[in-house]
Design a protein around this ligand. Sequence first.
Ligand code: ZN
Ligand code: FE
Length: 256
Amino acid sequence: MEFELIPLPAFRDNYIWMLAGERGAVAVDPGDAGPVRRMLEQRRTKLIAILITHHHADHVGGAAGLALQYGCPVFGPAAESINAVSEPLRAGQRAEIPGLDAGFDVLEIPGHTAGHIAYYGHNIVFCGDTLFSAGCGRLFEGTAAQMSHSLAKLTALPDSVNICCGHEYTVANLRFAHTLEPGNRDIMEYAAQAADLRSRNLPTLPSTLSRERCVNPFLRCNVPAVVTAAQRHAGHELRDPVEVFAVLRQWKDTFT
Ligand code: ZN
Ligand code: FE
């Protein structure tokens, strides 16, 4: 890899992922232009592209201003109307970034929003608000079935892929995961590690798929302990992993 991968904290718990190479940098989901500008100035480099995963303001807010200032292309989902996007993308297409010698394949992963996409390449996936570490995005514009299908597309990627999510939600997500699976040692160990990182103001991300498979309840909807917990919460039998997923997602919405 000829570039560095950096999570820039923004707002309360967002990350703007940056790819920094010799000839410039790429910003993923720049909801706020400020942190991006500061990083570019510090490194005396310029912005050569912006990648957008979905239309929410905390992911696109800084894109138009940055694109104007640096004259760079803005890649984004063709299925969502985002004013700043100059290069609309659909599943199967690629975001090519010549200045970085990098290209990213587009996956359509609806559920959080209807047109949400992910970018996959160089053993990295930028998955926005679809897959979080130990959790997943809320269903604002999609169904549980859609979201499960989208998560399955992400889990089909190689185990070692670096999962770059849009938010730092890991510690809270692990509390929910621990409630579902109090006997899962991977969850306990990761919770201790994540709490330590956060106490030093360090990111818990990127995660990896191999880790997520062990700790993320939304990827474990066929694990007996998770199924049992979901059935107890629902008060009735759940017939398939999508029903389990739907119960978990609703439960998590009000879990504190
Ligand atoms: Zn969002
Ligand atoms: Fe978000």
